[in-house]
Ligand binder design. Sequence first.
Ligand code: ATP
Ligand code: MG
Length: 418
Amino acid sequence: MKGERKTPPAIKGTQDILPPYVKKWQKAETEAKGLFELYGYKEIRTPVFEPTELFQKGTGPTSDIVTKEMYTFVDKGGRSLTLRPEYTPSVVRAIIEHRLYLQPEPLRFYFIGPMFRYDKPQKGRYRQFHQVNIEVFNEKDSAIDAEIVEMADILLHKLGVSDIEVLVNSVGCKKCRPSYHQELKSKAQAQKELLCEDCQRKIETNPLRIFDCKKETCREVSQEFPKIIDFLCSECKEHFEKFCSYLDSYQIPFRVEPRLVRGLDYYTKTTFEIVSSRLGSQDAVLGGGRYDDMMTEFGGPDICGIGFAMGMERLLSVMPYRAEKDQFLYIVYLGEEAKKEGMELVRELRREGVPCLIEYKDKSLKNQMSRANKLEATWTLIIGEEEVKSGEYSLKNMESGVQEKVGREGIREAVKGR
Ligand code: ATP
Ligand code: MG
């Protein structure tokens, strides 16, 4: 129609999270925060955008994220900025900037918030998605690697997520990885024509990333490639063996998955993922690993790090949830005096923590009663002229249908008894 103004819909790959579904988000977030605090983690919040170089460096110039997926823009001051595609580089930057390593508190952080990646939108893959992240710094012992996996496992169980599998691997270190790299390169070179174009390029730039490819043929070919686990130096081998033995003592079943690699130099030793068989092709609920050399790479002190990132959307799609009904008192009033009385009453009750709803539409009693019904109020309180005079109100329990005359104290007793 001419002159009609249309609001553009939300951008592809982004989602509105509406009530009541948002309650499921809140439940997962609350459980996660509560659990992390039990393990000594503290919340940290950093900006949504950062200088583009931070991610080029922290996420790696050859990674999918940096080469294809970043939301980068130039601001009015001519600076290149990027909406964060992942969290670790920001945390490392903040630790260095505020010299948090000089404080006595353990460097254990958690964070929940949106991430942005220009990926192909599909089930389990969005352009704005949300992550729950945790990071620990300055803990070299593989006991922390196991404790992190244990914490993730507990969280998923607490949230009722079943059919999960823990996958682990080690990517070695600066000492042992180069010889593996050589071996991998030559094997990949020999089978070059079987790999996709992308992977052919990766042979030269970053052969480990071939394992990341989602294409079936590349996956099959890479199955036969040498495994990094057979190339570990004694230090990395011991770290991995101990990590596995700690997982055993926690009685957490796991499988060694040679495909779990990270293509960046500062990723070291442990990598892990928790996958769900209910997720289909995007099956990782969370992924994590150790990055002992990242802090020094960023010009900070020689402090090791490890962490994981869990995708909220993927978590929620496998998390069972039955919404509990909201309990609240609905005020029905008739006339100005009753309205004032109602306003005063809800103010008092809300202060005491009783959820109340009063709507100011001055409708008829019948209309208001049917509103209360539709909204499935737990109780309805009727205030008319009579009630204002006597100070006694009609309180209706909407479930049982029982109606009684009560004073203010009586309301309290009735609603707090629940
Ligand atoms: P994938 O192999 O699925 O692309 P990734 O290696 O890019 O995962 P990470 O960077 O390790 O993933 O992110 C950790 C978690 O964040 C993933 O396990 C997943 O649950 C979630 N995640 C990553 N990218 C997306 C996305 N585009 N949409 C929704 N969730 C995502
Ligand atoms: Mg990805």
